[in-house]
Design a protein around this ligand. Structure first.
Ligand code: NDP
Length: 334
């Protein structure tokens, strides 16, 4: 049994991650760290967590913990990962991996030197929809992938309208929240890296203190694919989507930029439409946990590695900069 400790009594831990860890036959949540004793106790009661802590040092001194899941606000990801690495705990960290590329690099290097596994919780690449799209592209069903359109504009639920929409110092804003996920999914799907980006962002009702809740832009990939994206916290009725347009066909995936294992795919060639059969849906976060557990046991890699987290962060930061200065930006991964 792999013992996981949770850092942060967060919404993502409550809604998805604790259950995903406990649903794996290989793992169990045995400890939780929250700054708030009260929130810690409420999580302990709800999920029957053996031990709760309010101090990071005490939590990391728990010799019965193998893995730490970091689901705190973004400015804590780097220091908490470094502390976990120094206590020889494996780390599954939320996205964005950090606030700067150099911090992300430091996290990757420190975990590597400590001989521990570092993963980034990019859930979408675990979806059967995205995995099927990737297979279809790799099997040549589309010919050359020329263009992609990602529609990931949603209404941010009221209970999440906190630091995300008003704290620039926590990495608030739609770009570090949603564009990072688009980037990871695009990289995974196309097996290619983003070369440059051009974007425009705005606050359309929720963003405060200079935090932008909406962005549109284009990523240019090394092999020439252009990917257009629209990410937002203020679009309530549209559903999400992912389209890939190739020289030999187009794939339309509907309702796929989501935490839930839903959505469907259609292949279009000329006037011909073909519904793509999908494997049975699986919980995206459970697959991430299963692969992470296997990596800890010495088998394979996490679904998304630390390096995947660094690369999606680098692209998101380039998108942010492009929107700020109104120019095309070459992504800096160094
Ligand atoms: P929350 O705002 O729910 O939680 C963030 C932190 O705030 C918690 O770790 C908790 O720390 C503290 N906190 C929680 N509730 C309260 C409260 N009522 N008052 C004051 N502090 C509180 O954030 P999310 O769960 O939405 O996001 C956390 C991280 O997960 C972010 O990095 C985000 O980007 C990522 N995320 C990833 C998703 C994915 O699909 N991969 C989806 C959603 C989020 P403490 O208990 O120590 O006080």
């Amino acid at each position: 049994m792999i013992h996981w400790g949770i850092i942060g009594a967060s919404t993502i831990a409550k809604e998805w991650m604790i259950n995903a860890i406990n649903n794996s036959p290989d793992s169990q949540v045995t400890a939780l760290l929250s700054q708030s004793q009260q929130r810690g106790e409420s999580f302990q009661k709800e999920f029957q967590i053996e031990r709760i802590y309010t101090q990071l040092d005490n939590f990391l001194s728990d010799s019965n913990l193998d893995v730490v899941y970091i689901g705190t606000t973004n400015e804590f990801h780097m220091p908490q990962t470094l502390a976990a690495a120094s206590a020889s705990k494996h780390v599954l960290c939320e996205k964005p991996l950090a606030l700067t590329v150099s911090d992300a690099k430091k996290m990757i290097d420190t975990c590597s030197d400590a001989g521990i596994v570092l993963g980034t919780n990019h859930h979408l690449r675990n979806a059967v929809t995205h995995r099927t799209l990737r297979d279809l592209i790799h099997d040549g069903e589309l010919g050359e992938p020329l263009a992609v359109r990602v529609f990931h504009a949603v209404q941010l639920p009221t209970h999440l309208q906190t630091w995300r929409v008003k704290n620039p110092e926590s990495g608030g804003g739609v770009i570090l929240d949603i564009t990072v996920h688009d980037t990871d999914t695009l990289r995974f799907m196309l097996d290619d890296e983003v070369k440059s980006v051009m974007a425009v962002s705005a606050s359309q009702g929720l963003g405060q203190n200079g935090v932008h809740d909406s962005v549109m832009g284009v990523m240019k990939f090394h092999r020439g694919t252009l990917a257009q994206f629209h990410d937002s916290f203020v679009i309530g009725h549209a559903g999400t989507g992912f389209e890939i347009h190739g020289s030999a066909g187009s794939l339309f995936a509907t309702d796929v930029m989501t935490q839930r294992p839903i959505g469907h795919i259609t292949l279009r060639r000329g006037d011909q439409l073909k519904h793509i059969e999908l494997p049975p849906p699986i919980n995206l976060y459970e697959r991430a946990v299963d692969l992470f557990n296997k990596a800890v046991q010495g088998n394979g890699k996490p679904s998304a590695t630390g390096n995947d987290g660094l690369r999606s962060l680098a692209v998101a930061l380039a998108v942010k900069k492009s929107a700020e200065i109104g120019q095309e930006i070459t992504v800096d991964y160094a």
